[in-house]
Design a protein around this ligand. Structure first.
Ligand SMILES: C[S@@+](CC[C@H](N)C(=O)[O-])C[C@H]1O[C@@H](n2cnc3c(N)ncnc32)[C@H](O)[C@@H]1O
Length: 187
């Protein structure tokens, strides 16, 4: 049985589209993989996210963490995402489900962001991106800010708490890690 040309072309286009969607953003810091629900729950629990928080999701994907933090915990969320189709999905999700006043979606490169307003930073990125991000967080985050990471720990930091089951790492006292000779281990 031979495959007809239109079916072959459609399958090829679908495959290329999928490869683009998942892998193209690797060039910026990570491909696409949504955090599973149990992971999102653990991240928000670990960081004790509440309505007083401003959560920065660095590489927001299609919003697994964004909408759980905004809807489930009442937090204000800044969602930065570099890949335009995912930005469109984020905007559609906010449009249809809200909360519009608490979810700020930014299409752009997370490394160009000002992190100073963040009280909580959530990341699910690749190790090279985490290494690049670390000095920016050390420079900019306020004393009480928490950083939660999934899958990869922040290189050079000692986590305050770890959940080995969901591979979630919590860091507190980020600003205090920076001394004259560079970052110090967590207390
Ligand atoms: C592994 S996914 C995690 C998505 C989401 N945070 C979650 O947990 O469901 C990483 C996301 O980061 C985005 N990303 C990678 N590098 C980025 C960069 N430099 N600036 C903004 N977004 C980036 C990718 O496009 C991808 O959607």
């Amino acid at each position: 049985m031979s495959i007809s040309t239109p079916v072959f072309v459609a399958a090829l286009v679908a495959l290329l589209g999928l490869l683009y969607f998942v892998f193209a953003s690797f060039a910026f810091g990570a491909g696409y993989q949504p955090a599973p629900r149990a992971v999102v729950r653990r991240m928000l629990e670990f960081a004790e996210v509440g309505s007083a928080d401003t959560v920065y999701d660095l590489g927001a994907g299609t919003g697994a963490i964004v909408f759980a933090a905004a809807r489930g915990r009442g937090a204000r969320v800044v969602a930065v995402e570099v890949e335009p189709i995912r930005v469109l999905i984020l905007r559609l999700r906010r449009w249809f489900g809200g909360p519009r006043e608490r979810v700020d979606i930014r299409w752009g490169n997370l490394f160009h962001l000002d992190f100073r307003p963040a009280t909580v930073v959530v990341v699910f990125l690749w190790p090279e991106a985490m290494a690049r991000l670390r000095p920016l967080l050390e420079d900019q985050l306020a004393g009480g800010a928490r950083v939660v990471s999934h899958w990869h720990p922040v290189p050079g930091w000692t986590p305050t708490e770890v959940d080995p089951l969901t591979k979630v790492y919590l860091y507190r006292g980020v600003a205090a890690r920076v001394g004259p000779s560079g970052p110090t281990p967590a207390a």
